[in-house]
Design a protein around this ligand. Structure first.
Ligand code: HH2
Length: 261
């Protein structure tokens, strides 16, 4: 899954794709480089980010989605009107970092469509999530959260086969919480749904490399995280550096299978 943020303030690619034609060209490049889907987002969810009004989010993403009609696209939004418009324009997936808690209409929008949905775990909201996150047992709490969100989504008529789960690396978690989740991905995989993981260039990686104040990670550290997650059963990798990640995962996958094709 390639990342395409149409925002002025995303931590990694903020301001780079505000021109729709440029954004669409980046998406096409990601697909040519081997992405199966491109995740288009119009609202930054970095720590401390303030919410974007729905009109502004639509203004950012709709021209890009129009240019990408017919191509595999996911919409990174927690707002029902944005998800609904994106689905009309052909989005195959709604990536909701609030796991359907951000907008009371979101459940109905997805249930009334054929779109897949990613339910991501987050403690609190982007504005407050990194202020002293606390868990008794982060892995068990994320598992319990997924069980509860899956039950709600299925009861609302969303076929379980349309649902992916994401532990939300960096969303209301310390570096130790993130690492505990990555180490125990098998417990999340055991829930039976594909696991989506977004660790690409995140500050956790810079911290592992020795900078406690890091705001970003490097490409090499992002790829190492993707391969480690692949080995523990993750299925979908939300990344900035598509070609490099596709190449690394091709090797990891061939080694796992013990054959070329
Ligand atoms: N991370 C970000 C945004 N959306 N969605 C899922 N499912 N999983 C993630 O880990 C995830 C996500 C944050 O990264 P990015 O989009 O690069 O930055 P920003 O939120 O600043 O736009």
């Amino acid at each position: 899954m390639g990342i395409l943020n149409i925002t002025p303030d995303s931590f990694s690619d903020g301001g780079l794709h505000l021109e729709p034609a440029v954004a669409a060209a980046v998406a096409r490049r990601q697909l040519a480089d081997g992405a199966a889907i491109v995740d288009v987002g119009g609202e930054s969810t970095r720590p401390g980010a303030e919410p974007v009004p729905v009109d502004e989010e639509l203004r950012r993403v709709v021209p890009v989605l129009e240019l990408l009609e017919g191509l595999p696209v996911s919409i990174d939004t927690s707002k029902a009107p944005v998800a609904a418009r994106a689905i009309e324009l052909g989005a195959a997936m709604v990536n909701d970092v609030t796991a359907l808690r951000g907008d009371p209409e979101m459940l109905a929008v997805i249930a009334g469509s054929d779109a897949a949905v990613c339910l991501m775990h987050m403690q609190r909201t982007p504005a407050t999530m990194q202020k002293a996150p606390r868990y008794e047992d982060v892995v068990s709490e994320v598992v319990a959260f997924f069980e509860q969100r899956l039950e709600l989504a299925v009861a609302a008529g969303i076929d379980e086969r349309r649902i992916a789960l994401d532990p939300g690396i960096g969303f209301g978690k310390t570096a130790d919480h993130n690492l505990a989740l990555l180490r125990s991905l098998d417990r999340l995989v055991a829930l039976g749904r594909p696991l989506l993981l977004g660790v690409s260039r995140k500050s956790l990686l810079g911290k592992i490399l020795g900078d406690p104040a890091a705001r970003r990670g490097t490409v090499a550290s992002s790829i190492a995280a993707a391969v480690a997650a692949f080995d523990r059963g993750a299925a979908i990798f939300r990344v900035h550096d598509v070609r490099e990640t596709v190449e690394a995962l091709a090797v990891a996958s061939a080694v796992e299978r013990g054959e070329l094709g």
